[in-house]
Ligand binder design. Structure first.
Ligand code: BEZ
Length: 196
């Protein structure tokens, strides 16, 4: 299932004339950037919760057996903790391609631990994108994550690396913690060593 969002994101020229942009990461970006950056700081955003509700047919799964990766769902009053990267606008281009399976750029306000704020971007896969899977029973989501595997590696590594990175940041995310506990105890989950 492919719904290429690259062209839609390229039309979002909001920050093109800026020297640098803050990019908020809440998924794999917390533990692995994979692009050059000027600065990296823990940050949070308001009004969103992290959920493993986006299907991954191209990175952590396949079209036949999609994995589950993180997206953000609107939730008034919620706070989502993650990692902010200060990058040049050109750095977004490869990210638009890497995250083309449903993720759209969203402008948001980033909050830093010292009380500073900044306007920036994050990538969100909304409910209307073709790869959106939505909620399922926790046992079913954990089984899917434990078993899925794609070109970027096992789906469980994405989840467990994220769970460990959040723990290292001192962030408690019950949705991630619960899925990670279930995946760790899944019978077939711990056969191969983890990858990044
Ligand atoms: C992230 O890790 O925050 C992320 C990056 C690109 C698309 C979706 C999520």
């Amino acid at each position: 299932m492919v719904h290429d969002t690259t062209a839609l994101n390229r039309r979002m020229t909001h920050f093109d004339d800026h020297e640098a942009i803050w990019l908020f990461g809440y998924g794999s970006l917390i533990w692995k950037a994979g692009f050059p950056y000027l600065e990296r700081r823990p940050a949070h955003i308001h009004g969103w919760v992290r959920r493993f509700w986006q299907g991954s047919h191209d990175h952590r799964g396949t079209p036949e057996a999609p994995g589950r990766v993180a997206t953000l769902l609107p939730c008034p009053g919620a706070v989502c903790h993650g990692m902010a990267y200060r990058i040049t606008p050109e750095t977004l281009h490869p990210l638009d391609v890497r995250e083309k399976n449903g993720y759209l750029r969203e402008i948001t306000t980033l909050h830093f631990a010292d009380g500073d704020t900044a306007q920036g971007l994050t990538y969100i896969a909304t409910e209307d994108n073709a790869a959106f899977l939505g909620e399922a029973e926790p046992t079913a989501m954990a089984r899917q994550i434990a078993e899925a595997h794609g070109p970027s590696g096992p789906n469980r590594d994405y989840l467990l690396n994220l769970a460990e990175a959040l723990e290292a940041l001192g962030v408690e995310d019950p949705h991630v913690t619960d899925l990670a506990r279930r995946v760790r105890t899944h019978a077939s989950a711990d056969i191969e060593p983890r990858t990044r």
